[in-house]
Write a protein that binds this ligand. Structure first.
Ligand code: URP
Ligand code: ZN
Ligand code: ZN
Length: 471
């Protein structure tokens, strides 16, 4: 007689965004079939007595194999990126399909599918990046893609090759409103950054640490306020990504006080790094932590912790943007130590996102376990139309789970599974790491070894985000 389940996890301390309870988890065909104690036997059994089990992480902001201007190249493709994600407890990723100016959105989507196909170990969806909102994109392509399940897109207010002007942003937000999509906004004032960069360069200030001087908080504050005003004009919710500190947070709190639907995301770099990590002198080592917006200071870290706890933030993502440090295709383009404006922006973090927040949030007593689950899994799944299939532990949901091992160790890059030659978090003491990552019922990481099956990840079709108002 065959067993009732393919896999049963026994005696788990299950944590969801709403509850904590003792339960067995019965899994068949990759789906949670039953929760409760003393479930019938499974073909395979795992005893999780005394251990916390959370939903697998949903990393809703990561960049994998995104084409860059040569010689720069991202270190992680879908194979290495999803391998690293799985070993750090993430079971779903939502990277970007970025439109290059002049390219059709459809061509961008097809290109990213080809990059993920046969390589992704994890289930994945795509956000679009809209960089060229032509009439055809606005009237035909974007609505059609939203209908097909690409229900979120990112727009940039900075970066010359990606940025939209205010009129273009209004056009794109109008499409989001009409077709029930979530617009994610990278809010930094491009002209201020360009002006400050020219001034710094004229003064010979080109070391990595000046990246932070070219992008002070006010450029983020101004753009965040402008994005909120544009969204108010269209009457559409927005989600402000990678919020770095107090000034942007204040704008979002103000918007909420006006009843506006403004959601927000933050990332590990704004809790665990400061501008000093970009260098206190002119050393090039700081290039490792060049990302935008840049990390701020300790007081701003506290503001971000407060926002994580009090509901300001809905999503905690990695913004994994992987470039090797000591490499001509990475932070030293062409093998040179270049001026800060030419350093590829972004840092790795797809594998360390959950263990950092579990260690310094949950186990350090800064955050409840429920809030941890909300920020790392349930919130992003809801924000991007994947809930309840993803982001929770419930009957009928995919069996995406993390069984946590609580033990103290010092993080080093050689423990990680990405293709990057550093982690900005090396030397950090962690108190926990996933002992098991289970993706649709399959053990993909057992605390020691990764169990590869490149191509096992499925493309997910996203519904209209459940955070959007029903019209
Ligand atoms: O510096 C960053 N954040 N790089 C990744 C691209 C982006 O804007 O998210
Ligand atoms: Zn961004
Ligand atoms: Zn990003």
């Amino acid at each position: 007689m065959s067993a009732a389940f393919d896999l049963v996890i026994r005696n788990a301390r299950v944590a969801t965004a709403a509850d904590c309870f003792e339960s067995d988890i019965g899994i068949r065909d990759g789906v949670i079939q039953q929760l409760g104690l003393q479930l019938a036997k499974g073909d395979r059994e795992i005893d999780a007595a005394g251990r916390v089990v959370t939903p697998g992480g949903v990393d809703a902001h990561c960049h994998l194999d995104q084409p860059m201007a040569p010689p720069v190249r991202m270190a992680d493709d879908f194979e290495t990126g999803t391998r690293a994600a799985a070993c750090g407890g993430t079971t779903t990723v939502i990277p970007f399909a970025a439109q290059v100016k002049g390219q059709s959105l459809r061509a961008a989507v097809d290109d990213y599918h080809a990059r993920a196909r046969g390589k992704s170990h994890l289930d994945h969806a795509f956000h679009l990046i809209v960089s060229d909102p032509t009439p055809d994109v606005l009237e035909r392509e974007l609505p059609a893609l939203i209908r097909e399940g690409y229900t979120s897109f990112k727009i940039y207010m900075t970066y010359d090759d990606l940025k939209l002007n205010d009129g273009q942003i209004l056009d794109v937000l109008e499409v989001a409103r009409r077709h029930d999509a979530m617009a994610m906004i990278h809010a930094e004032n491009a002209d201020c950054i360009a002006w400050l960069t020219r001034r710094l360069e004229a003064a010979g200030r080109t070391a990595p640490r000046f990246h932070a001087h070219a992008r002070p908080m006010l450029v983020e504050r101004e753009a965040t306020h402008r994005a909120i005003a544009l969204a108010e004009l269209i009457d559409v919710p927005i989600l402000v990504v990678h919020v770095s500190g107090r000034e942007a947070v204040e704008q979002i709190r103000w918007a909420r006080s006006q009843g506006l639907k403004v959601f927000a995301e933050t990332c590990p770099q704004y809790l665990f790094l400061t501008a000093e990590d970009l260098g206190i002198d002119d050393s090039y080592k700081g290039a490792r932590c060049v990302c935008s917006p840049p990390p701020r200071d300790k007081q701003n870290q506290d503001v971000i912790w407060d926002g994580l706890n009090d509901g300001l933030f809905t999503v905690f993502s990695s913004d994994h943007a992987p470039f090797r440090f000591d490499a001509p295709e990475g932070k030293k383009p062409g093998g040179e130590e270049v001026a800060f404006r030419h350093i590829p922006n972004g840092i790795p973090g797809i594998e360390t996102r959950l263990p950092l927040l579990y260690s310094e949030g949950v186990l350090a007593g800064r955050m409840t376990l429920n809030r941890f689950v909300e920020l790392t899994s349930t919130g992003p799944a809801k924000a991007y139309g994947l809930h309840p299939r993803k982001g929770t532990i419930a009957v009928g949901s995919d069996a995406d789970l993390v069984v946590w091992d609580e033990r103290e160790f010092v993080l080093s890059n050689d423990m990680l599974h990405h293709a990057v030659d550093y982690t900005p978090y090396a030397g950090q003491t962690l108190r926990a790491w996933p002992g098991l990552t289970i993706a649709r019922g399959e053990v993909v990481w057992d605390g020691r070894d990764f169990h590869p099956r490149a191509g096992r990840g499925r493309l997910l079709r996203c519904d209209a985000p459940s955070l959007l108002p029903r019209r």
